[in-house]
Design a protein around this ligand. Structure first.
Ligand code: MN
Length: 318
């Protein structure tokens, strides 16, 4: 996915309130925008209140959407640096094509992990010939300094560990929980878990007290320590929490993310994660000159136009 803002300002990770060293419950309202033809996107990160949760630095919930043939997701080729894009497909299917020559469908229940490293370009598109449904979460993971100039790569993970607790279905997307380990390879200590309620139910989840956590409601409502959250709301949970009491209403779905606090101060602009404005300006110049990123020849949608660079040196207001 991409940041569709035509005039994005940069977002500096340190430009938010200090990370609490104890459990909290902060209610963060996602900002809503539209991608392409009528697809609602709820962006929970970066937010004014919290720029990151662990190395998670961007969180979009797209859809759910029913679309006609010729509509759906149509994000043309665009570049990334310094991050991994993590896509969790909830409903429908989407085609990923990239400048390494990958051309793969992601199906419901699967994860795509694209490592941008020093630079990659990709596109994401629904099947243009068929009507369908689309719902996914796309998150970006900031690469630590030791890995951010690595070779670009793409992996589709067709199966993730699934377990059940009463009427809750837990899918471990990233990291470890209990005796389960996700196959998804990341470069800092992280966790992500999708929790879906076949019928209303509740559970107590064990957490890592050194991690910071957030919980985003995707569908219906959920209660965290007795506080109710709606779709489009992120509950930021702070650190120092060993367990979480969670209740999810029937048909509900939430996404729990967490990670070791990310101590490097990142700068995010458009689809780039870097440390300095100069690095972002260089990546932008390379993309416009056709250097570094390669081409996405298999995409049906034209390349995205890059926003003006004036916002790179302006800190985000929201
Ligand atoms: Mn993208």
């Amino acid at each position: 996915m991409t940041n569709p803002d035509p005039h994005p300002d940069s977002s500096r990770a340190s430009d938010c309130p200090a990370r609490p060293d104890h459990p909290v419950i902060e209610r963060i309202a996602a900002r809503t925008s539209t991608l392409g033809q009528g697809m609602t996107i709820r962006r929970a990160l970066p937010a004014r209140a919290r720029r990151m949760i662990g190395a998670w630095c961007f969180f979009d919930h797209a859809g759910p959407l029913s679309y006609q043939a010729g509509q759906g997701i149509a994000v043309g080729p665009h570049p990334h640096i310094g991050l991994q894009t993590f896509s969790w497909m909830i409903e429908g299917r989407m085609r990923h094509t990239d400048s390494l020559g990958n051309n793969a469908w992601i199906e419901p229940g699967q994860v795509n992990l694209m490592t941008a490293g020093r630079g990659i370009a990709h596109a994401e598109e629904s099947d243009p010939d068929r009507p369908g449904r689309a719902q996914l979460a796309q998150l970006w993971i900031a690469l630590p300094d030791a890995h951010r100039d690595c070779d670009p790569a793409f992996v589709n993970y067709p199966e993730l560990p699934v377990s059940h607790r009463g009427d809750l279905e837990l899918t471990l997307l990233v990291g470890e929980h209990g005796d389960r380990i996700s196959p998804v390879r990341v470069h800092s200590p992280l966790v992500a878990m999708d929790i879906r309620a076949m019928a209303a139910d509740s559970t107590t989840l064990a957490l890592e007290s050194e991690f910071e956590y957030g919980l985003m409601v995707l569908e219906e409502t959920a209660r965290v320590d007795g506080e109710t959250f709606q779709p489009g709301e992120l509950a930021y949970l702070g650190t120092g929490r060993g367990v979480l009491d969670l209740a999810v209403d029937s048909g509900g779905r939430v996404l729990l993310i967490g990670g070791e606090p990310f101590e490097e101060d990142i700068l995010l602009w458009w689809n780039f994660v870097a440390r300095t404005p100069e690095e972002i300006e260089q990546a932008a110049a390379d993309w416009q000159a056709g250097r570094r990123f390669g081409r996405v020849d298999a995409a049906a949608t034209p390349p995205l136009s890059m926003p003006g660079l004036e916002g790179v040196r302006i800190k985000a207001r929201s």
